[in-house]
Unconditional design. Structure first.
Lengths: 116, 117
């Protein structure tokens, strides 16, 4: 079956440091890949996505590249801010269900804490 | 922007009570989902609906049921609550967009934190 593995957190960084959060996946087909972010007290919101191999998703200074050969989708940001403190979830979409829809598979989330 | 609204942010109930969690989305999405989120376990899918009156069990459906009488509304029902149902419950919706469905992101509500005493 499908699975997503994320690095365990928390990841603690100083402001302006470089961020990498690792994500690897297992899928039987050709999934779409997503990163979601959850700020304290809120639901998840889409950060970026990539739908095929070698695609790069980007948003708000965050980037991730769909690497089929290594089955990875690592999240990076060159200079983090305190406001980036949140939980980050990697997800894939490749599990078909009734009605022709797809059910996503989520990783367990990685907490990021950025200190001033 | 898509808005997914969950009826309550916080609820406190006693064991054995019946609880309804309501979720409404305003963008005509076909798919709606209920998850629970627990520390260290991430998101676990309880139920999924791909159309009015259609539902599919997720990974942890035991102790829960759902109702979808209108396209915009998806209710999670806890028939007789127990303390192990204390959790954060998240509702989400997405477009089906046949053929491109796997490219569609989910849109989440802000969650309901349910405490069962």
């Amino acid at each position: 079956g499908n699975s997503v593995t994320q690095m365990e957190g928390p990841v603690t960084l100083s402001e302006e440091a470089f961020l990498t959060i690792n994500c690897t996946y297992t899928a039987t087909g050709y999934p779409s890949l997503f990163w979601y972010v959850q700020y304290p007290g809120e639901g998840l919101q889409l950060l970026l996505k990539a739908t095929k191999a070698d695609d790069k998703g980007s948003n708000k200074g965050f980037e991730a590249t769909y690497r089929k050969e290594t089955t990875s989708f690592h999240l990076e940001k060159g200079s983090v801010q305190v406001s980036d403190s949140a939980v980050y979830f990697c997800a894939l979409s490749d599990r078909p269900s009734s009605g022709g829809s797809y059910i996503p598979t989520f990783g367990r989330g990685t907490s990021l804490i950025v200190h001033p | 922007d898509v808005k997914v609204t969950q009826s309550s942010r916080y609820l406190v109930k006693r064991t054995g009570e019946k609880v309804f969690l309501e979720c409404v989305q305003d963008m005509d999405h076909e798919n709606m989902f209920w998850y629970r989120q627990d520390p260290g376990l991430g998101l676990r899918l309880i139920y999924f609906s791909y159309d009015v009156k259609m539902k599919e069990k997720g990974d942890i459906p035991e102790g829960y049921s759902v109702s979808r009488e209108k396209k915009e509304r998806f209710s999670l029902i806890l028939e007789s609550t127990s303390t192990n149902q204390t959790s954060m419950y998240l509702c989400a919706s997405s477009l089906s967009n046949s053929g491109q469905g796997k490219n569609q992101p989910q849109h989440f509500g802000d969650g309901t934190r349910l405490s069962i005493l």
